[in-house]
Ligand binder design. Sequence first.
Ligand code: GDP
Ligand code: GDP
Length: 435
Amino acid sequence: MKKKNVIAIIGRPNVGKSSLFNRVIKEKKAIIEDRPGVTRDRIYGSADWLTRDFIVIDTGGITLENATFAKEIKLQAEIAMAEADVIVFVVNHQEGLLPDDEMIAKLLYKTKKPVILAVNKYDRKMNQDETYHYLTLGFGEPFLISSTHGIGIGDLLDEIIHKLPSPKEQDQTPYPSVALIGKPNVGKSSLINTLTGEQRMIVSPIPGTTIDAVDSLVKYNGKNYLFVDTAGIRRKGKIESLEKYSYLRSLGAINKADFVLLMMDMSEPISDQDTNIGGLAFEAQKPIIIIGNKWDLLPTEMKDRKRREAEIRAYFKYLRYAKIIFISALEKQKIGQIYQAIDDVDASLKRKIQTSIFNEVLNRAQLLNPAPDHNGGRLKIYYGSQVEAYLPTFVIFVNNPDYVHFSYKRFLENQIREQFGFEGVPINLIFRERR
Ligand code: GDP
Ligand code: GDP
């Protein structure tokens, strides 16, 4: 699956980080905020430029309570260096270089990731001499930009794209790669410990493929599964308690993986933090399995799987395709179901539906529930077929795609799921006008 790259923006307060962030993600944002269950968090957003999609993080939004600037910026730099493929270091031309800028530069020297220096608030062209001293920071020629006036942004984005790893370098893993996400204390590290047992890190048996030090490769029933970003799960510290950072970590892991395991603590009520993290998985359009952990803590009368499942579904309406399983990571109960679920979802992903059978289902769906009038006309479906794509994707030819009402699309999706399953995976329906 295609991995999205991450760009982090860093700099001291008031240099214009959020202004730059907003300019880079501008149109995308409205779409993100429209989705259910997705918070209006302002620290990350998706953007694209030319042929590349990426995620932008404004590290200035990750703050510590009652901390000195030095502590705070150190955390922001660490996060930028850990999560980003390219770091944009912003300084303010109106104020010139300050000792705080030099402090940030020193922190960034430690990274091997590309750092691009952006001199912001460069609102009007000036004598080139005025900018030579920025070279002393050690990040090469600066990009002179004005976030509020929109000057130099295109050149900066060109450079960002240029510095991103090429799509080919981002190798496809030959095993299912899985992100385990969830709010703190739901049992993620316990599960990783149970899953990896004694094996910890195994060297990849397939030549030419590398496994990040932060990932764990696990063998089960003769098959390999790669759990991504497990280092962050194992290593606990003050940072992990930061809600925004755990949110970002989830985003990073989701982005790297083919499958998402969303873990919740069944001994506690479902919270906003659970649904927000679920929203990330939905947003990323990844196959998802919801794991209800700590089943052992439930009193017998609460151990009604159907009921607990219905409760979860009520909270995660937008993840209605998700598969749900219940386990106890601590007591090592039902752990095998996790692998089974991944295998099942993997099979759903690879399922190909014969065109003739698909069209029977479309016909039957229309007989059962003819499309209502919408946008000044009535939808007529001619035929459809599955097309080659990572997620199950169906192109449906109709008289006019504008006549497709949201609820009718959902009805068709439900009919397709009822017939073919596709449990755990998002499916795409694309409506095209037949010419
Ligand atoms: P942050 O604290 O680094 O995120 O900075 P902000 O993006 O909040 O910007 C701080 C202030 O600088 C705001 O009042 C912005 O309107 C202003 N600002 C940001 N970029 C520019 C710019 O390119 N030119 C000018 N003149 N002002 C800017
Ligand atoms: P993380 O923050 O999501 O990595 O959560 P941890 O794995 O650190 O677990 C948080 C706490 O919940 C620890 O005290 C674990 O021992 C406990 N815990 C984890 N899984 C289970 C479980 O299945 N049952 C019970 N009873 N406790 C669990």
